[in-house]
Design a protein around this ligand. Structure first.
Ligand SMILES: NC(=O)c1ccc[n+]([C@@H]2O[C@H](COP(=O)([O-])OP(=O)(O)OC[C@H]3O[C@@H](n4cnc5c(N)ncnc54)[C@H](OP(=O)(O)O)[C@@H]3O)[C@@H](O)[C@H]2O)c1
Length: 269
């Protein structure tokens, strides 16, 4: 199975997870194809086959899925959750028409229990994948370190750093998610995979204090009683029984030199 020289298609291969996955696949000797709405980045590794396309219009999709060994669906737009559902339908139709042997969907722990619009859309996409007629695997992960740091950055720009009272998180290293996805691709269709969570559960106040210390921002911290987030307060987005990630948020913040940031695929620069 590992000798398979058909490419693995990564949708969202220019995103946070997608970039890491592309590099992890290449490092493991797996041919890679990226689907992006944008033109090929001049810095993209030569080994990457790049298809310009759009999951919402269907442009480029049949070319992207042709002859692949697997599709790892990382593309998403949290700002327009309904688009993820439309995109999934188009992807499944194209994948089924091309007899794609394995579709891997990256989801989030708790999408079935947290009543948050983006989570509801992702749960709907899980159901589309399960019923879509293409052999599948779904991996749910907790929040990536990058995402948590980004949120903490926004919440600490004012004179007071704001956190979410009663809410904890379990951030995970994105490259560990990428490594798990390579294992999943190699294993073949497996249905619901074990969830993947970061090594530690911390309150958002603890995470904020770590972030402030790492960035040198000196602020008082206020845990605000935010309404409408009971699902997060209940911890449905956590998976302490699958705290299988090893890189802690503090270690990620300290940014070990040997950990590349994988920016070569980004077309933003
Ligand atoms: N962030 C987290 O903490 C977290 C945690 C668990 C699971 N996840 C899941 O992991 C996946 C990846 O998340 P991420 O944070 O890495 O995403 P991201 O950085 O926001 O990247 C999203 C990608 O989606 C692509 N995309 C968006 N709309 C598209 C369209 N219409 N057609 C084709 N491509 C489109 C974009 O590619 P172009 O702009 O190049 O077209 C971009 O590379 C998502 O499904 C997310 O729900 C994320």
């Amino acid at each position: 199975m590992v000798d398979d020289d058909r490419p693995v298609l990564v949708t969202g291969g220019t995103g946070t997870l997608g970039r890491s996955l592309v590099h992890t696949l290449l490092d493991a000797g797996r041919p890679v194809r990226v689907l992006s709405r944008r033109d090929r980045s001049p810095a993209a590794p030569a080994a990457v086959d790049w298809v310009v396309g759009d999951l919402l219009t269907g442009d480029g999709l049949s070319e992207a899925v042709a002859g692949v060994r697997a599709v790892v669906h990382c593309a998403s737009n949290p700002r327009r959750p309904g688009d993820d559902v439309d995109a999934a339908v188009r992807l499944l139709l194209a994948a089924r028409a091309a007899d794609v042997p394995h579709l891997v969907y990256v989801s989030i722990v708790g999408v079935d229990r947290v009543p948050y619009p983006y989570y509801r859309a992702k749960y709907r996409v899980e159901q589309i994948v399960e019923d879509g007629g293409v052999p599948w695997t779904i991996l749910r992960a907790t929040q990536f370190h990058e995402f948590v740091a980004n949120v903490l950055d926004h919440l600490s720009r004012g004179p007071v750093a704001v956190t979410l009272a009663g809410v904890s998180d379990q951030p995970v290293e994105v490259r560990e998610v990428a490594s798990r996805l390579v294992e999943i691709v190699d294993a073949g269709p497996s249905g619901r995979a074990d969830d993947l969570g970061g090594p530690e559960v911390f309150t958002t106040t603890e995470l904020m204090r770590a972030y402030l210390a790492a960035t040198g921002r000196r602020r008082p911290v206020w845990a605000a009683p935010v309404p409408g987030i009971g699902g997060f307060r209940s911890g449905y987005h956590l998976t302490p029984e699958h705290a299988d990630g090893r890189v802690t948020f503090a270690e990620w913040l300290s940014g070990p030199a040997e950990l590349p940031k994988n920016d070569e695929l980004s077309t933003n620069d």
